[in-house]
Design a protein around this ligand. Structure first.
Ligand SMILES: C[S@@+](CC[C@H](N)C(=O)[O-])C[C@H]1O[C@@H](n2cnc3c(N)ncnc32)[C@H](O)[C@@H]1O
Ligand code: SF4
Length: 454
């Protein structure tokens, strides 16, 4: 792809893990009562057939990685574990009170922070407490995120026995200077050991998270990291673009400056090199930042048309209702989004009082739902279609007008009823989605709130 296009389109933009994106939520549109109504509606529409998803946020980490953009709390005090798990189980109890039947769990994901900060016994207590009043769907996926430095055989065995078969290890980059700069010393031998343990334990889908665009990262680092990764043959790879958002409270991105970051065409070359290497090694590209072996469920879901994108990124199973438990967790009832308190003390206090500890959300309008579907189609399948004229979506003409320049630049192909993103234009997928983002168009931000698209 030409360098001038990379410079032209490398602008701040959302990653579209939701539409509307979080800064555009209309908090006034949703109250706890409205959220409960939408949960009730989505539950009765979908629990019997597809089941529901659960996302549980476990925020603690022992030390701060200074590139991290996740919601985390840094502490070495493991006494925080028990009260946190009790609060999550109390929050679950509040949801159980809303459900009209036993929930059927299709997907459960433990995210963080670092779920393996918690002891195996506490993770067992958490999952047993959740499952005590739930059943498991016929085809289900239980997965967890893990830091290689804090994951023991005991964690892997306990989670395997509880039904987990999928895990993702944070790897990022193996170069010593990059690791030192992001305050994350993690030798290859350690990652090799936990990956082998995970496989011996019986986990069948192991993902390694890599990041490109980190401070001081070079093309040689990336090639070396990918060659090392290949020796361990993970089933999936996440290859995230480093999101530099130091202005967001709590990210802790520090210790380096923007001049240390590979940018524009240099950053894009890191991506292209990675992508070509992954393809040579037998990985298929899935959506925007994931790669998977053909044997992995993520690739199967792409082929079957079931690939979905939500707050966790790409997932192999789509459900209408996703309940988020834990501090900062976001739930999605298809009709609305709701996010929990971001401060642990407030979260725990409210969950323990039997309240849903929400602090903001958004009720989707009819227009939001149509736009959301187009953005999902583009993010997951690199194409979308429409009826013309489309009574559901009179703003289509406005979106197509926005796309004219991208069409002239070869980033999209548009026919009467269809938009396709050619393979060479995949790096620009966030820009293409922005042409459908009516809320962003109507109200462009006057300060930087999103990371760069490329
Ligand atoms: C919750 S963390 C993973 C689990 C565990 N805490 C660890 O670090 O190994 C999820 C992943 O998000 C990615 N990530 C975190 N901050 C990021 C950023 N600023 N830009 C891009 N990816 C990021 C990293 O690849 C990280 O492994
Ligand atoms: S990258 Fe993982 S371990 Fe590091 S601070 Fe973020 S969540 Fe914690």
């Amino acid at each position: 792809m030409h360098n001038h296009l990379i410079r032209k389109y490398n602008i701040p933009g959302p990653r579209y893990t939701s539409y509307p994106t979080v800064p555009y939520w209309d908090d006034e549109s949703v109250s706890p009562e409205i959220w409960k109504d939408t949960v009730d509606r989505a539950f009765s529409e979908s629990n019997t057939d597809e089941g529901i998803s659960l996302y549980i946020h476990l925020p603690y980490c022992e030390s701060l990685c200074t590139f991290c953009g996740c919601h985390k709390r840094i502490t070495k005090r493991h006494s925080v574990e028990t009260p946190y798990i009790d609060a999550v189980l109390n929050e679950w109890k509040s949801y159980l009170g809303l459900f009209t039947a036993t929930p059927k769990i299709k997907e459960l994901h433990l995210g963080g922070g670092t779920p393996t900060f918690f002891s195996p016994d506490n993770l067992k207590k958490l999952i047993d407490g959740i499952m005590q009043h739930a059943e498991i769907a016929e085809e289900y996926e239980l997965g967890f995120e893990a830091h290689p430095n804090s994951t023991t055989r005991g964690h892997l065995k306990t989670l395997y026995d509880l039904g987990f078969r999928r895990c993702s290890f944070g790897v990022q980059d193996y170069d010593p200077l990059v690791q030192k700069t992001i305050n994350r010393i993690q030798p290859f031998e350690r990652v090799r050991q936990v990956t082998e343990w995970a496989r011996e334990t019986g986990l069948t889908s192991i993902c390694h998270d890599l990041v490109f665009g980190l401070p001081h990262q070079t093309l040689e680092n990336v090639v070396d990291t990918i060659n090392k990764t290949n020796q361990l043959a993970p089933d999936r790879l996440a290859y995230y673009s480093y999101a530099h958002v130091p202005w967001i409270k709590g990210t802790g991105q520090r210790g380096f400056s923007e001049v240390d970051l590979p940018q524009n065409e240099v950053k894009r070359a890191l991506y292209e090199t990675g992508k070509n290497l992954f393809s040579q090694l037998g990985y298929e590209e899935i959506g925007m930042d994931h790669f998977a072996l053909k044997s992995d469920s993520l690739y199967q879901s792409l082929i079957n048309g079931n690939l979905h994108r939500n707050f966790m990124g790409y997932t192999a199973s789509k459900t209408r209702l996703m309940i988020g438990l834990g501090m900062s967790a976001i739930g999605d009832s298809w009709y609305a989004f709701a996010q929990n308190e971001k401060a642990v003390p407030e979260y725990e206090a409210r969950a323990n009082r039997g309240e849903l500890p929400l602090f903001r959300g958004h009720l989707l309008s009819d227009e939001d739902r149509v736009v959301r579907q187009h953005i999902l189609n583009i993010m997951c399948h690199f194409e979308t279609t429409w009826d013309k004229p489309d009574s559901q979506f009179p703003q289509l003409a406005q979106c197509l007008l926005k796309l004219e320049e991208m069409e002239a630049d070869g980033l999209v192909e548009i026919s009467e009823h269809k938009l396709t993103v050619p393979e060479s234009a995949r790096p620009f997928v966030r820009n293409i989605c922005m042409a459908f983002d009516l809320r962003l168009m109507r109200n462009a931000p006057d300060s930087r709130i999103f990371s760069m698209t490329i």
